[in-house]
Each structure stands twice: as structure tokens, then as C-alpha cells.
Design a binder for this molecule. Structure first.
Ligand code: CAA
Length: 260
């Protein structure tokens, strides 16, 4: 599939979507968001794709936010449509039945941090910078930032970031739990791909159930969340991979997973 503002590649079961509007620091306009929706849909529907990586082209930015020049003159109704498109796309990524990793290679501001938070994990370069600076241009986050960042780092820290609009570096983002791993910039993508290939070799249905149980259990009362987990765990017993995993363990050999 060809895109204007994204690069799309699949290798060893790992799809990589690269935001590619370097002149605007990969800011997300409507056209790019629609392309992201199409690329994410492709990842959802293609069983050969096991893991998704999102990253930015160049060395400066992952995504520097929603495109301010496009948003500048929007009326509320148009702004709502712009936010709806972004949220539909991010929710699609968040609910993919396979893991996703944001490889954050520079500025991830506003919509950039929001896109990264729709992924299951965030790996960052030492040069990465995160933030929700919308307040500095008279806005608040519109692609789930107020909701996801407070879930990830707690309400007090979320309010500080959103109300002050300050950027945080990769180390601080790691310390507060926004980032999973940090790498030197030149190692970010190779290390993320290595990690993704490892995930691609895991039993796919169990990965899907793990993600489902965490995502949909998070907002439930504990009893209901545990019930959901039990059902997801029990479903794994319908797979060949569960049988192979346990058999291989007992035979003291490496399992060979087929994804069925
Ligand atoms: N939208 C549109 N264009 C952007 C942009 C954005 N979010 N971010 C950067 N650009 C453009 C700049 O306008 C500039 O274009 P020109 O060369 O044509 O002037 C180019 O990218 C390079 O940017 P700078 O010259 O500003 O680069 P810098 O190194 O001095 O600063 C930066 C980098 C700190 C990331 C700065 O560009 C910046 O603050 N960008 C805006 C960040 C922001 O506010 N993001 C939130 C957007 S609102 C949002 O995302 C709402 C939502 O939740 C959905």
C-alpha cells in the first residue's frame, strides 16, 4: 500500500508505520490521520502482521502534534470532526488484536504523545521529548490525552503536564512510567524491531487475550476484571499453541508456535 505522508513496511511479521512529513515535524493533518487509519486497518486485517511499530522519519520528531495550521480556523463543529477522526484512529490502534510499540525518536508533543499512548508500549530515544502543550495555544488535548496520560502516570502528574504544557525528556518520562525503555537514537529502531520480532514469535492468541484482558479489564471493578481474565485465560486452552507450549516445557525443548 502506498501513502503520501507515511512509509509502510512489513518484515518478519513486524509492520512499521513511519510518519513522514519531516518539513512539519510529522505534524498530523487530516490527510495523514486518514492514512494512519488505513494503515492500521491493514495491520488489523492481515494475519501475517503480528506486531506494529509506529515511528517518525528523521532525527527530530516522532510527531509534533496535530497540525496547527490546519486547526487554526476550525469552528467547533469542524474541530469535533477532526478530533473524532483522530480518536477513531487511535482507538483502532489501541484495540488491535496484536501488540503495538511506539518508537519515539524525538518530539512527541500533543497529538504525538497521544498517538504514542494508544500503543501498548513506548520505547524512546535519549533525545525524545514528550508533552501535552495544547494549553500554550489555548487548547486542551483532543485525542485522548487527558484520559490516557492520567491512567499511565496518575492524575496529579497528568494535571501538571496538561496545565503547564511543559515538555519532559525521555529520562523523566521513564521515571513517571510513560516510557518503557530508552535507547541511544541510532539504536532505537533496531532495538525496537528486535523486541518486536521476539513478540512476533510468541503465541499470538495468548498475546491477544493478554491485551484484551488488560485493556477491557482496566476500568472494571476487580471482581469483574478477574472474571474477564479467567475467561480469556480459559480461551487459550482452545489453541494448538497452548498444547505445544506446555508439551515443549515438559519435554524440555523450545516450543514451535504456529499461531493456531
Ligand atoms: N503543526 C503544524 N506545523 C508544525 C507543528 C504542528 N504541530 N509543529 C511544528 N511545525 C512546523 C513549524 O511550523 C515549522 O514549519 P516552517 O519551517 O514552515 O516554519 C517546522 O515544523 C519546524 O518547526 P520549528 O521551526 O518550530 O522547530 P523548532 O525546533 O524550533 O521547535 C517544536 C520544535 C518545539 C516541536 C515546535 O515546532 C513546536 O512547539 N511545535 C508545536 C507543538 C505543539 O504545540 N503540539 C500540539 C499541537 S495541538 C494538538 O496536538 C491537539 C490534539 O491533542 C489533537
Amino acid at each position: 500500500m502506498e501513502f503520501k505522508n507515511l512509509l509502510f513496511a512489513v518484515e518478519d511479521g513486524v509492520a512499521t508505520i513511519t510518519f513522514n512529513r519531516p518539513k512539519a515535524l510529522n505534524a498530523m493533518n487530516t490527510e495523514t490521520m486518514k492514512e494512519l487509519m488505513d494503515a492500521a486497518t491493514l495491520c488489523r486485517n492481515d494475519d501475517a502482521i503480528k506486531v506494529l511499530i509506529l515511528t517518525g522519519s528523521g532525527e527530530k520528531a516522532f510527531v509534533a502534534g496535530a497540525d496547527i495550521s490546519e486547526m487554526q480556523n476550525l469552528r467547533p463543529k469542524e474541530a469535533l470532526a477532526f478530533m473524532e477522526l483522530g480518536n477513531e484512529t487511535l482507538r483502532l490502534i489501541e484495540t488491535l488484536p496484536k501488540p503495538s510499540i511506539a518508537a519515539v525518536n524525538g518530539f512527541a508533543l500533543g497529538g504525538g504523545t497521544e498517538i504514542s499512548m494508544a500503543c501498548d508500549m513506548r520505547f524512546a530515544s535519549e533525545t525524545a521529548r514528550f508533552g501535552q502543550p495544547e494549553i500554550l495555544i489555548g487548547l486542551i488535548p483532543g485525542w485522548g490525552g487527558t484520559q490516557r496520560i492520567s491512567r499511565l502516570i496518575g492524575m496529579g502528574r497528568a494535571k501538571e503536564l496538561i496545565m503547564c504544557g511543559e515538555q519532559v525528556d525521555a529520562k523523566r518520562a521513564y521515571d513517571v512510567g510513560l516510557v518503557n525503555r530508552i535507547f541511544p537514537l541510532d539504536q532505537l529502531l533496531p532495538e525496537t524491531k528486535k523486541f518486536a520480532r521476539k513478540l512476533a514469535g510468541m503465541p499470538g492468541f495468548a498475546l491477544k487475550m493478554a491485551k484484551h484482558s488488560i485493556n477491557y479489564g482496566y476500568d472494571l471493578a476487580l471482581d469483574n476484571g478477574i472474571r474477564l481474565e479467567m475467561e480469556c485465560c480459559a480461551q487459550c486452552f482452545s489453541t494448538d499453541d497452548q498444547k505445544e507450549g506446555m508439551k515443549a516445557f515438559l519435554e524440555k525443548r523450545k516450543p514451535v508456535y504456529t499461531g493456531s
